[in-house]
Design a protein around this ligand. Sequence first.
Ligand SMILES: [Zn+2]
Ligand SMILES: [Zn+2]
Length: 547
Amino acid sequence: MAKKTKYVKVSFLGGVGEIGKNMTVIECGDDMIVVDMGITFPKEDSPGMDAIIPDITYLKQNIKRLRGIVLTHGHEDHIGAIPYYAEELGKVPIYGTALTIGLLRRKLEKNAKKCNLVTVAAGDAVTLGNIKVEFIKVCHSMAGACALAVYTAGGTVFVTGDFKIDNTPIDGKKTNIQRIAEIGAKGVTLMLGESTNVERKGSSTSERAVGQTLESIFAANKKKRLIVACFASSNYRVQQVLTLAHKYGRKVVLAGKSMKSMVEVASSCGELNVPRGVIVDSIGKLKPGEALILATGSQGEPLSALNKLSKGEFNKINVGKDDLVVLSSSPIPGNEKAVYDVINALFRKGAEVIYDSMNDIHVSGHAYEEELKLMLSLVHPLYFMPVHGEYRHQHKHVEIAGTLGVPSKNIVIPNIGESYSVTPKGFRKHSNVPAGNIYVDGVILEDGDAVVRDRRSLAEYGMLLVLAAVDLDRGKLCGDVDIVARGINLTDEVQRNVKNAAAEALRSADFDKSDIDEYAKCLKKAVRKLFMKDRQFPIIIPVVVEG
Ligand SMILES: [Zn+2]
Ligand SMILES: [Zn+2]
């Protein structure tokens, strides 16, 4: 029998206290839905990993109550984890607008058939058990972005998703302020508001401004070959480049797998209008002034088309003095070095490069302070939780909500794994649900935390392999102790100390004298102690055999 609980419960599996891997669970009674299932790209603190995805133990524990997954839009930090969990999700329906589902279908590859993908349009509502979800059009850096109104017996939860207010969007489809105001007027119990650009004063610039800047570049550089790099997912940016190329008589070569894939998906679902004949397969005999290369890699990604171009490794294209490179992006914090390395390499080749120092060569897809205020005013929630941001962003968003009249007792900064229930009468914190980082390196790693820890130790301190043969009965080492080191300065003194430690460990009373594995542990401890004195923590691998 269905429980009679009349509260809505919200649990955060990712996307709070961090920018990336957004995933929120909303429940009411026996019904559960998930909003977004994103990915994070690893930084230096997790070397060599492909991706970080949310822990979905809580979903697996409740899979029978899971009625659907609703996607706000098609960015990686909102849909990227789904392909890794396609098996677990089985036939749970996944809802999104055409571009979102189109991109997800591409990512799922052959698993797409196994998944239950459902395309909706902004303005649609879907019923998932006793929960109803309405998709509301918002502007963002890609098409198909929606805010969500989640109607439950315990009240309405309004999820802003990633948004901005753009009054002159490229496709003419504005953020549906009227509908958001109506929903707000009927009463929203809880609002989850994105916080990415909360530190930026004023309002974001319209995407259209980038087109004007790009046009001035096209007009002033008719003799040069243009190389434009931007996020493949930015269909509006791609649209403006294609339109201008057509207007200025240039042919466009798409460089990078994700750029080609995005152009195909976006044009097939009507979110990109490719002028006839403007895209060609190769530069061929085109003069510099007749060609444009539209490339991925605006974040300096090592395997991207722009990076390869900067090294002369892309389709035998030599970048040089006839080229003008435009990075239509700004580096995501953490990517600066990679981006500037590529820019340096392009300048070295003689190309001219225009990057973030120039106004309006890139605009953000995320709301600035005044837009966040407008959203809070329209939704006018009883409770407010800032999401999609690091702690400082969330903290600042709380201040803003306070100035707009949300009482401070009704504002909570949620952390990963936390679970809250809200009703019009109050909110309650529940015990935490399982949540955290799951590392992917080719495959999902079972104990990724340990792998990451080891890789960090290897990178910082190196590795020492100690090979010893022992006669435990007689308490003696047989022959010499061999030492193999990587990333460690193996001086005679270090070797002597390690050998002494191996002999001393054998004499210690710390281990069971009949167990060779116990001696190996003891040896490891003794060697570790030698390095700890200098605050060094190399990986130590003892290999002990009976002599
Ligand atoms: Zn986004
Ligand atoms: Zn996002």
